[in-house]
Ligand binder design. Structure first.
Ligand SMILES: [Zn+2]
Length: 456
């Protein structure tokens, strides 16, 4: 009896193991079958690759950005729209890893787990992906970049919808250039710079230094700083682009005086500066439709006073991600807590049945509410006193520009980040133009055109 009992126990264990294995296999088949069948290295099989019978990619107004016909993948008729939307839509081969044609390839291809086929009928049978982007804004942004490299994002900080997300350099997905891998013009072309790049921030980082100062130094409203064009710290100069003379922190921010913020950073010290940078999202990656953003970087753990000073004006080893910057603007606009941006509005199957819908989701607090209010007043003052409200007429825009030195004989990168404090135009933006020189004239011009177009 004893032997029989042991044998039956062994049989039960074997049978149980088989059933668990079968269940795991079935689960994997149903939920991941499409991924198994889609191999990234299979992209070139036919003209449209696995997208040859895939569904459409549309913008927020129903403009078709990509579609399939007779086994081939086609794109919008307008070359500028095709190039402007490349990094959001993706290419046919799947080299743009952040594009929806890569991220949502299974859904677009219409993988069927009963048959294991993509297109049992030979007709385009995949799901359609609708983006929150406006192809008109995309086009305007790319035209305004005028051949320069960089990144631009504009989003609705209340709903989370990204209306514009452009990265350059770019290429035409309808006719990928044959010299794409050898021509320096296309270096880093597969990268969506909005999500995956970091840049030296220059003066836009003064927002962090300002926040840290407001948080722990009193009497800043009336305090006078003195700028003679440079100071010497650790036997080395920290320079300003101008001689501002006696100046308050408020005017220092508007006129972007380096001396005010280098001195504040040194006075605050590494710990308080690091603490505020971390609170404001440095070192953190955000998820945009499942894609992790590159984390912004602030590290003064080994900095001497001179380097700490430079870090407070967005130089030294500071790096920021454009998407993080627009999230920070969205946070300040919302009283300290951001709505996380997204660009996939919906995925719909046959007969318009929705499989997925984008929706607003709150991130964690980046600035406390009182501080957000103070920062808003200062960012607003930048525009009214210095940049000029005519850049964003009637929109109550709060902003900060930056001109970031990058060395290596290159022109500085131009930056602007900001938002409209009006309920009717709840848009935040971040624009960086590589070698754009002055932020106000390079990135500012692009942000101005995008805000005007978004406001309609
Ligand atoms: Zn100065």
């Amino acid at each position: 009896m004893k032997t029989t009992g042991t044998r039956s126990l062994v049989l039960w264990i074997l049978a149980g193991g088989f059933l668990v294995g079968l269940a795991l296999l079935l689960y994997g088949y149903v939920f991941h079958g499409g991924d198994w069948a889609i191999q990234p290295y299979n992209g070139h099989l036919v003209g449209g690759g696995q997208l040859g019978y895939a569904g459409q990619v549309l913008d927020r107004n129903g403009v078709v950005l990509a579609y399939s016909q007779d086994g081939e993948r086609f794109y919008n008729d307008d070359q500028t729209v095709r190039q402007a939307c490349l990094h959001a839509v993706g290419d046919t081969d799947g080299f743009i890893s952040t594009g929806v044609q890569t991220q949502f390839r299974t859904q677009l291809s219409g993988y069927n787990f009963f048959t294991g086929l993509f297109s049992p009928t030979g007709e385009a049978s995949g799901h359609n992906v609708t983006l929150t982007l406006d192809s008109n804004l995309q086009k305007i942004a790319l035209e305004k970049f005028n051949g320069k490299r960089g990144a631009a994002i504009l989003y609705n900080y209340k709903s989370g919808e990204i209306l514009c997300m452009v990265s350059t350099p770019t290429f035409d997905p309808a006719a990928p250039p044959s010299d794409i891998d050898s021509n320096p013009q296309y270096e880093g072309v597969y990268l969506n710079r909005v999500l995956s790049s970091t840049y030296t921030p220059g003066s836009i980082f003064k927002i962090v230094t300002t926040a840290a100062a407001l948080d722990s130094i009193s009497g800043l409203d009336t305090r006078q700083f003195e700028c003679n064009g440079s100071i010497i710290v650790n036997n080395s100069k920290i320079t300003c682009l101008s001689k501002h003379g006696n100046i308050t922190m408020q005017d220092g921010l508007a006129k972007s005086c380096n001396i005010v913020f280098a001195e504040l950073a040194m006075e605050l010290g590494a710990e308080k500066m690091t603490d505020m940078a971390q609170r404001m999202g440095f070192g953190q990656s955000f998820e945009i439709d499942g894609i992790p953003t590159a984390a912004s970087f602030y590290d003064v753990s080994k900095a001497n006073d001179n380097e700490l000073g430079w870090s407070g004006i967005g130089q030294y080893t500071d790096m920021v991600n454009p998407c993080h910057m627009v999230i920070l603007m969205g946070a300040i606009a919302n009283g300290g807590t951001p709505v996380i941006p997204y660009y996939v509005q919906s995925v719909t199957g046959a007969f318009g049945f929705p499989f997925y819908r984008g929706h607003p989701s709150w991130g964690s607090e980046l600035v406390d509410e009182t501080l957000a209010g103070k920062l808003e007043a200062l960012l607003r003052y930048n525009v009214t006193s210095d940049y000029g409200d005519d850049m964003f007429p009637g929109m109550n825009v709060c902003a900060k520009t930056g001109t970031a030195e990058v060395g290596g004989g290159k022109q500085p990168n131009g930056w602007i980040i900001g938002y409209s404090a009006n309920d009717a135009t709840p848009y935040a933006f971040a624009v960086v133009v590589e070698e754009g020189n002055y932020g106000i004239s390079s990135a500012g011009r692009i942000a101005s055109a995008l805000m005007a177009a978004a406001a309609g």
